[in-house]
Design a protein around this ligand. Structure first.
Ligand SMILES: [Zn+2]
Length: 194
């Protein structure tokens, strides 16, 4: 494990030297710009170019004003939402859930997660966490993870749950989209303008 981490850190240092040699400092995004936000999954297969958010150019230019919040399953994080709405000024948010999500896998294979936790944590650490989550543990762990079976239903459920957060203003526009990994197609599940 540590050998791998050392190797990756070396790669990061090498990549950063190459990056600094390639970029044009005057083109780097140093000014803050207000903008909307996308909440999407941490899964690396979700390519935001599919919804018009480009990668940076080779010289370091081309930052999008869109804030990207990446979490497990594109399930919202209250801290990012609160600071985003009241400091960064989000007025519009897209929730982008995808097919074949790890959140779906986590729902189906919750027993594997529990077993792996038992194997890698000390008994005391495992019991303390289990006591925190509550019983029935596997079921409560699914809730904790916001694991889901149907991604379309998960979009609707998560939009509702964001709406119910006590600090979310009524005028915040929330859209819910579903991204199909196999085709790159994006479907509007919840249209926040309606
Ligand atoms: Zn995912």
């Amino acid at each position: 494990m540590s050998a791998h981490q050392t190797r990756w850190l070396d790669q990061i240092k090498t990549a950063n030297s190459a990056y600094q040699a390639r970029i044009v400092p005057g083109k780097l995004p140093v000014e803050r710009a207000p903008g909307p936000a996308v909440i999407t999954c941490m899964d690396p297969r979700v390519n935001l170019e599919a919804i018009g958010i480009p990668a940076f150019a080779g010289d370091g230019a081309g930052a999008s004003p869109v804030r990207i919040i990446r979490t497990l399953g594109a399930m919202a994080d209250s801290r990012s939402l609160l600071a985003g709405i009241f400091l960064a000024g989000f007025r519009e948010i897209v929730l982008l859930v995808h097919t074949d999500c790890g959140c779906r896998l986590a729902y189906a294979r919750i027993d594997v997660i529990v077993e792996n936790m038992q194997n890698r944590l000390s008994p005391a650490a495992f019991q303390a966490f289990r006591a925190d989550i509550g019983e029935p543990f596997a079921e409560k762990l699914r809730t904790y993870l916001k694991a889901f079976q149907d991604p379309r239903a998960a979009v609707e459920r998560e939009i509702d749950s964001i709406r119910r957060l006590p600090f979310v203003p009524d005028d915040l526009i929330l859209h819910g989209l579903l991204y199909e990994l196999e085709t790159g197609r994006v479907e509007v599940v919840v249209n926040g303008y309606e």
